[in-house]
Design a protein around this ligand. Sequence first.
Ligand SMILES: Cc1cc2nc3c(=O)[nH]c(=O)nc-3n(C[C@H](O)[C@H](O)[C@H](O)COP(=O)(O)O)c2cc1C
Length: 151
Amino acid sequence: MAEIAVVYHSEHHGNTKKLLEGIAADYPIDLFDVKDADIGGLSKYRAVGFASGIYMGSFHESLLDYIKREPKLPKQAFLIYTSGSGNEKYGSGFASTLKGSGVKVLGIYNCRGFDTYGPWKLMGGISKGHPSSEDIKNGVKFLRRILPQGK
Ligand SMILES: Cc1cc2nc3c(=O)[nH]c(=O)nc-3n(C[C@H](O)[C@H](O)[C@H](O)COP(=O)(O)O)c2cc1C
Protein backbone atom coordinates (compact mmCIF):
# COMPACT_ATOMS: atom_id res chain seq x y z
CA MET A 1 0.00 0.00 0.00
CA ALA A 2 1.21 3.52 -0.82
CA GLU A 3 0.86 6.38 1.67
CA ILE A 4 -1.14 8.43 -0.79
CA ALA A 5 -4.42 7.49 -2.51
CA VAL A 6 -6.01 9.13 -5.53
CA VAL A 7 -9.71 8.68 -6.28
CA TYR A 8 -10.49 9.58 -9.88
CA HIS A 9 -13.06 9.77 -12.64
CA SER A 10 -11.95 9.68 -16.29
CA GLU A 11 -14.50 9.14 -19.05
CA HIS A 12 -13.84 11.24 -22.15
CA HIS A 13 -10.53 9.95 -23.57
CA GLY A 14 -9.00 8.43 -20.43
CA ASN A 15 -6.81 11.57 -20.17
CA THR A 16 -6.92 11.84 -16.40
CA LYS A 17 -6.28 8.13 -15.97
CA LYS A 18 -3.30 8.34 -18.36
CA LEU A 19 -1.86 11.26 -16.38
CA LEU A 20 -2.29 9.44 -13.06
CA GLU A 21 -0.81 6.18 -14.31
CA GLY A 22 2.18 8.11 -15.65
CA ILE A 23 2.66 9.87 -12.31
CA ALA A 24 2.27 6.56 -10.41
CA ALA A 25 5.26 5.15 -12.31
CA ASP A 26 7.52 7.70 -10.54
CA TYR A 27 5.71 8.55 -7.32
CA PRO A 28 3.88 5.88 -5.30
CA ILE A 29 0.13 6.40 -5.27
CA ASP A 30 -2.75 3.93 -5.00
CA LEU A 31 -5.32 4.71 -7.69
CA PHE A 32 -9.03 4.07 -7.25
CA ASP A 33 -11.68 4.61 -9.87
CA VAL A 34 -14.44 6.35 -7.91
CA LYS A 35 -16.85 3.66 -9.14
CA ASP A 36 -14.92 1.04 -7.16
CA ALA A 37 -13.69 3.14 -4.21
CA ASP A 38 -14.81 1.82 -0.80
CA ILE A 39 -16.50 4.21 1.55
CA GLY A 40 -14.32 4.31 4.69
CA GLY A 41 -11.28 3.03 2.81
CA LEU A 42 -9.33 6.29 2.79
CA SER A 43 -8.74 6.72 6.52
CA LYS A 44 -5.49 4.73 6.47
CA TYR A 45 -3.84 7.09 3.95
CA ARG A 46 -1.63 10.07 4.82
CA ALA A 47 -3.34 12.16 2.13
CA VAL A 48 -5.83 11.73 -0.67
CA GLY A 49 -6.03 13.26 -4.13
CA PHE A 50 -9.20 13.72 -6.13
CA ALA A 51 -8.73 13.73 -9.89
CA SER A 52 -11.09 14.23 -12.81
CA GLY A 53 -11.60 15.61 -16.26
CA ILE A 54 -13.58 18.83 -16.34
CA TYR A 55 -17.15 18.47 -17.56
CA MET A 56 -19.18 21.66 -18.02
CA GLY A 57 -16.81 23.61 -15.83
CA SER A 58 -16.68 21.15 -12.92
CA PHE A 59 -15.07 18.04 -11.54
CA HIS A 60 -17.29 15.02 -12.20
CA GLU A 61 -20.25 14.90 -9.83
CA SER A 62 -19.42 11.33 -8.77
CA LEU A 63 -16.38 12.73 -6.88
CA LEU A 64 -18.52 15.31 -5.09
CA ASP A 65 -20.99 12.57 -4.19
CA TYR A 66 -18.11 10.45 -2.91
CA ILE A 67 -16.78 13.08 -0.51
CA LYS A 68 -20.27 13.74 0.78
CA ARG A 69 -20.64 10.03 1.62
CA GLU A 70 -17.07 9.37 2.85
CA PRO A 71 -16.96 9.97 6.61
CA LYS A 72 -13.24 9.28 7.08
CA LEU A 73 -11.36 11.58 4.74
CA PRO A 74 -7.66 12.08 5.53
CA LYS A 75 -6.98 15.59 6.85
CA GLN A 76 -4.85 16.50 3.82
CA ALA A 77 -5.94 16.44 0.20
CA PHE A 78 -4.95 17.70 -3.24
CA LEU A 79 -6.67 18.03 -6.59
CA ILE A 80 -5.61 17.04 -10.09
CA TYR A 81 -7.57 17.73 -13.25
CA THR A 82 -7.30 17.70 -17.02
CA SER A 83 -9.32 20.04 -19.22
CA GLY A 84 -9.56 20.94 -22.87
CA SER A 85 -8.98 24.64 -22.28
CA GLY A 86 -6.28 24.54 -19.60
CA ASN A 87 -8.26 27.02 -17.48
CA GLU A 88 -6.55 27.37 -14.08
CA LYS A 89 -9.71 28.07 -12.08
CA TYR A 90 -11.63 24.84 -12.37
CA GLY A 91 -10.41 23.40 -9.06
CA SER A 92 -11.58 26.20 -6.80
CA GLY A 93 -15.18 25.02 -6.22
CA PHE A 94 -14.14 21.50 -5.33
CA ALA A 95 -11.35 22.83 -3.09
CA SER A 96 -13.88 24.99 -1.19
CA THR A 97 -16.12 21.97 -0.65
CA LEU A 98 -13.20 20.00 0.80
CA LYS A 99 -12.15 22.89 3.03
CA GLY A 100 -15.75 23.08 4.25
CA SER A 101 -15.40 19.44 5.36
CA GLY A 102 -12.33 20.33 7.46
CA VAL A 103 -9.80 18.98 4.95
CA LYS A 104 -6.65 20.98 4.17
CA VAL A 105 -6.08 21.36 0.41
CA LEU A 106 -2.31 21.17 -0.18
CA GLY A 107 -2.44 22.19 -3.84
CA ILE A 108 -4.07 21.82 -7.24
CA TYR A 109 -2.35 20.48 -10.37
CA ASN A 110 -3.88 20.70 -13.83
CA CYS A 111 -2.88 20.14 -17.41
CA ARG A 112 -4.62 20.04 -20.76
CA GLY A 113 -6.35 16.90 -22.02
CA PHE A 114 -7.39 15.97 -25.56
CA ASP A 115 -10.94 17.29 -26.04
CA THR A 116 -13.38 16.38 -28.78
CA TYR A 117 -16.50 17.49 -26.97
CA GLY A 118 -19.21 19.29 -28.98
CA PRO A 119 -17.94 21.66 -31.67
CA TRP A 120 -14.29 20.72 -31.07
CA LYS A 121 -15.00 17.35 -32.67
CA LEU A 122 -15.63 19.04 -36.04
CA MET A 123 -12.16 20.58 -35.86
CA GLY A 124 -10.46 17.31 -34.93
CA GLY A 125 -10.32 18.23 -31.24
CA ILE A 126 -8.19 20.56 -29.14
CA SER A 127 -5.23 19.94 -26.82
CA LYS A 128 -4.05 17.02 -28.91
CA GLY A 129 -1.14 15.11 -27.42
CA HIS A 130 -2.10 15.96 -23.83
CA PRO A 131 -1.46 14.82 -21.24
CA SER A 132 2.11 14.77 -22.58
CA SER A 133 5.23 13.31 -20.98
CA GLU A 134 6.02 16.86 -19.80
CA ASP A 135 2.57 17.09 -18.15
CA ILE A 136 3.30 13.80 -16.35
CA LYS A 137 6.75 15.01 -15.19
CA ASN A 138 5.21 18.22 -13.86
CA GLY A 139 2.59 16.16 -12.01
CA VAL A 140 5.34 14.16 -10.31
CA LYS A 141 7.14 17.41 -9.36
CA PHE A 142 3.90 18.77 -7.93
CA LEU A 143 3.44 15.74 -5.67
CA ARG A 144 7.08 15.72 -4.56
CA ARG A 145 6.71 19.38 -3.60
CA ILE A 146 3.45 19.14 -1.63
CA LEU A 147 4.06 15.67 -0.16
CA PRO A 148 7.80 14.92 0.01
CA GLN A 149 8.34 11.18 0.26
CA GLY A 150 9.56 9.72 3.54
CA LYS A 151 8.58 12.77 5.61
C1 LIG B 1 -19.24 16.56 -21.57
C2 LIG B 1 -17.91 17.27 -21.58
C3 LIG B 1 -17.81 18.56 -21.08
C4 LIG B 1 -16.56 19.22 -21.06
N1 LIG B 1 -16.50 20.48 -20.51
C5 LIG B 1 -15.30 21.12 -20.48
C6 LIG B 1 -15.21 22.42 -19.91
O1 LIG B 1 -16.18 22.99 -19.38
N2 LIG B 1 -14.00 23.05 -19.96
C7 LIG B 1 -12.88 22.46 -20.50
O2 LIG B 1 -11.82 23.08 -20.52
N3 LIG B 1 -12.93 21.21 -21.02
C8 LIG B 1 -14.12 20.53 -21.02
N4 LIG B 1 -14.18 19.25 -21.52
C9 LIG B 1 -12.94 18.57 -21.95
C10 LIG B 1 -12.40 17.62 -20.88
O3 LIG B 1 -12.29 18.28 -19.62
C11 LIG B 1 -11.01 17.09 -21.24
O4 LIG B 1 -11.05 16.44 -22.51
C12 LIG B 1 -10.51 16.14 -20.15
O5 LIG B 1 -9.14 15.88 -20.37
C13 LIG B 1 -11.30 14.84 -20.13
O6 LIG B 1 -10.73 13.99 -19.19
P1 LIG B 1 -10.97 12.40 -19.24
O7 LIG B 1 -10.51 11.89 -20.60
O8 LIG B 1 -10.13 11.89 -18.12
O9 LIG B 1 -12.44 12.19 -19.01
C14 LIG B 1 -15.39 18.57 -21.57
C15 LIG B 1 -15.52 17.28 -22.09
C16 LIG B 1 -16.75 16.63 -22.10
C17 LIG B 1 -16.84 15.22 -22.67
